[in-house]
Write a protein of this length. Structure first.
Lengths: 158, 158
DNA sequence: TAAAATTAAATTGCGCGCAAATTAATTTTG
DNA sequence: CAAAATTAATTTGCGCGCAATTTAATTTTA
């Protein structure tokens, strides 16, 4: 019994299958959402991540890139080009903060604000596709938030 | 009361926030898993999706690209280059099926099989980082599987 | 206040993930 | 059996997502 092998000997072989992995269940559900949103967003010329940024802006307009990144867990390397495309599509404007020229303030355009009305329809479609009750959605969402929190905080420790 | 607005009038404004979205909870948890796996996989020169493919192969060796795609919900456009990189890293071999030259059979190399022993350690690390009990993991996994199933089947209908 | 350190965005490079087009092999059918 | 249709994998193009670097502005501090 070598020391290295012994340490995890208690874990059965079946624990290592794809179907048993929580991470793979999350991974697959993420793709499934992306695929479900795609046809609903195509007619607005939006991608799923772009739509999530708009959700953040409908909640709180005029955020810096950094602030949006904090809300969404994304860095400027991801957001900068995405926001440029959202601007090119006419949904947001990007303006340097006159008080601090390092910052860029992202604001909804009139077109961006108008889209919010359509989003309720998208929300209803997704809710229907998910086949979940409001309670199931809430419980699952909260369980995932707790999980994300714990995975995130475990990062800092290492 | 315009007809278009009236249709979804019952949905409150708060339902449209990022934090309320199940999709965003899944999206964030997916990124959190990716970030947690990254340092654990870096020393093997593997990415998180590559590791998932290896999980599939430890469960069932010698699969065609198509079969792996069915197991994982990915198409060959994603898998072909990923498998080439796994081959370049020495974890798998890719061989045309002599009985049907259209198919490519992906097999674990000795190096790929050896890595399985290390995977139990990774599994334990992730389990610790998730902070979930085995019951929580099972429940969450099953809820996500059901969700993925329903989102997937809703695609065919449209 | 001038130099050093910090901060915010943007940029670069690479690996997914997916749609669409391409290539090559096999199966169907006329 | 030959043409047409189907199938499997690859390739191409584009948009994330992230690490690492760069650029520019602001703050700290010597």
């Amino acid at each position: 019994m070598t020391s290295k092998a012994a340490k995890f000997e208690a874990i059965p072989d079946e624990a290592l299958t794809l179907g048993q992995q929580l991470c793979f269940a999350v991974y697959s559900a993420g793709h499934a959402f992306n695929r479900t949103y795609k046809p609903l967003l195509d007619r607005f010329g939006l991608t799923y991540p772009q739509y999530l940024v708009l959700l953040a802006l409908w909640q709180q307009d005029r955020m810096t890139v950094k602030r949006i990144g904090e809300e969404m867990g994304l860095d400027s390397g991801t957001l900068s080009p995405l926001l440029k495309r959202l601007e090119a599509a006419g949904y947001v404007s990007r303006l340097r903060d006159p008080g601090d020229e390092r910052q860029v303030i992202v604001s909804l355009t009139e077109k961006g604000r108008r889209l919010k009305a359509e989003a309720f329809g998208i929300l209803a479609e997704i809710g229907k596709a998910s086949g979940c009750t409001l309670e199931e959605i809430r419980d699952l969402r909260e369980a995932l938030h707790r999980l994300t929190q714990r995975l995130g905080s475990s990062q800092q420790e290492s």
